[in-house]
Design a protein around this ligand. Structure first.
Ligand SMILES: O=C(C[C@H]1NCCC[C@H]1O)Cn1cnc2c(c1=O)CCCC2
Ligand SMILES: [Mg+2]
Length: 514
């Protein structure tokens, strides 16, 4: 096999990102091209089609929950953006500004939205007057700009990215709490059911939550090759932090107090999933041959390649084989399988095999004269390389079943790896070695922010002169998993925090991360 010029386990950054190698999985799979503004990338059809599949699935689901799509301007005025210091505090270096149009300076600088809370909520205040206007549930499919300074990585960390951002307003906390978890489970399903990527749902620590919110729930992914955790998507309850009278003043009259007209400030949620999810899928499933696409998000699920055609093959024989390939592809498409016959002239079957393997197409069907004679085709799985001759009788059903097996096996394999790499740690001295062995850890934790800072500091890999390995960042808290049942229960007042010895509250996941 013609490898892509970088081995995943040997040089992950070259495999995934490093433009100088150009042997990179994203280029070889024709997913993107680099762009002449740093931190920005062109999403070519091979990756954009993945986003479209995610979009279609998620959009259907939120519409079933009564969410409507809308569109707000990408420009946010300075006074509105900086309405509340602690919402914007710590973020402001990332905000990109429009300061000039043509030759004329703008009086007031205008921000490009880094997220849309402050663009939307003045209008939530204007539109929401009575409890009958609730719940208000709007979503945007758009792009946002964050001028990140950490090194950019395609899909994972880019200065502009596509996402959806949902913003809802509710009369009661109960209704808001319920929706936060409903959306989070849709995010879990996008990862696990579409992208075949396992994630761990949980709640963020006070330090890691969205500063302007009340609490943040998250689905946390894991990249085995780097041993780093990655935030997959977040669903926040904002409480009344954005609706209160100092902020956007979004209230209704208490329906149970028609006379007193007590003000009820609305309970808000906001939730987002971005094209980062595509990068996570590439990193989790890709191999040294390149991209490996889960069938659910593959724009081509099965590629039919004619074989046995040589320079000596007569024109009518070549036509007979090509027609058979096209006929098979059509029969698969008729059964809603995204199939394509690769009838390109001037390329050998081997070249075509390599090309579609680099693009991650889940299944290949090889058809030569002997196969036609035996009314069969040779199926080749991209995930395992397994080859099986199958009858052309009932081919659509056979291929559908194969694609479901591939989808399931990709997920199971990734889930088993993730589970192996989550180490339950009860002694501090075992923590850093576990991280150095490309694991994330779960520990009984006190949940104090000071302790979190200490863990980050104490778990950075020492940059000792003797330590030839690159220094690495310390562990951040990734989430407090909702499912605590996998580990010995924390006994209040008895179980101690692994890092500081104070009373532990729950098991928390920590890890080096993106
Ligand atoms: O964006 C959010 C919260 C929320 N925004 C809407 C979608 C869900 C969720 O991400 C947090 N956040 C992250 N990053 C930034 C900001 C910010 O509010 C504001 C300024 C620039 C950078
Ligand atoms: Mg950020």
């Amino acid at each position: 096999q013609i490898a892509i010029g970088a081995k995943k386990d040997e040089d992950f950054s070259a495999w995934y990102t490093d433009v100088s190698h150009f042997g990179v999985v994203l280029i070889k799979a024709d997913m993107l091209d680099y762009y002449n503004v740093s931190g920005c990338y062109i999403l070519k059809p091979w990756s954009y089609s993945i986003w479209e599949i995610i979009q279609r699935w998620f959009d259907d689901k939120i519409k079933a929950l009564g969410v409507q799509n809308a569109y707000f301007p990408m420009f946010v005025s300075q006074k509105v953006l900086e309405r509340e210091k602690d919402h914007i505090e710590g973020f402001s270096p990332e905000v990109a500004w429009v300061t000039r149009a043509g030759q004329s300076e703008l009086e007031e600088h205008i921000a490009i939205r880094p997220t849309s809370e402050t663009a939307m909520y003045p209008y939530y205040s204007k539109w929401i007057k009575s409890h009958r206007d609730l719940p208000l549930k709007l979503n945007q499919w758009n792009s946002v700009v964050r001028w990140e300074f950490k090194s950019p990585q395609p899909f994972i960390r880019t200065r502009e990215f596509l996402w959806q951002e949902g913003h809802t307003a509710h009369l009661t906390r109960e209704e808001a709490d319920k929706e936060v978890l409903e959306i989070l489970d849709l995010y879990r399903r996008v990862y696990e059911e579409l992208l075949a990527v396992p994630v761990i749902p949980g709640v963020k620590s006070e330090k890691e939550k969205f500063a302007g919110g009340l609490y943040t729930t998250t689905v946390e992914g894991f990249i085995p090759t780097s041993g780093r955790g990655i935030q997959g998507a977040t669903s926040h309850c904002l409480g009344t932090n954005f609706s209160n009278s100092n902020m956007f003043d979004i209230f209704v009259e208490d329906p149970n107090d028609p006379v007193g007209k007590a003000k009820i400030y609305v309970w808000q949620n906001s939730w987002g999933l971005s094209t980062r999810s595509i990068g996570v899928m590439v990193m989790v499933h890709g191999d040294d041959q390149g991209l490996v696409l889960p069938p659910r998000v593959a724009s081509v699920q099965a590629v039919v390649v004619p074989c046995g055609i040589t320079a000596k093959t007569t024109d009518e024989e070549r036509k007979r084989i090509n027609d058979k390939c096209e006929e098979l592809a059509q029969s698969l498409r008729a059964a809603d399988i995204r199939a394509k016959a690769d009838l390109r002239d001037g390329y050998t079957p081997g070249w075509k095999f390599n090309d579609w393997e680099q693009k991650g197409v889940p299944l290949r069907l090889e058809i030569g004269p002997q196969d036609i004679a035996k009314n069969q085709t040779l199926t080749v799985r991209r995930d395992t390389g397994k080859k099986d001759p199958v009858s052309l009788e009932g081919l659509p059903q056979t291929v559908s079943a194969l694609l479901e097996d591939i989808q399931k096996d990709l997920f199971i394999r990734a889930k088993e790896t993730y589970q192996e790499r989550v180490k339950a740690i009860t002694k501090w001295e075992d923590l850093v070695p576990a991280l150095d062995n490309k694991n994330v850890v779960v520990i009984p934790w006190c949940e104090r922010e000071q302790c979190e800072d200490d863990i980050k500091e104490r778990s950075a890999r020492a940059a000792e002169p003797t330590d030839e390995r690159a220094p690495s960042a310390g562990a951040k808290s990734l989430c407090i998993p909702f499912d605590q049942s996998k580990w010995d229960p924390v006994e209040p007042g008895k179980t101690k925090c692994v890092a500081c010895g104070q009373d532990a509250k729950r098991w928390a996941m920590f890890g080096r991360s993106y």
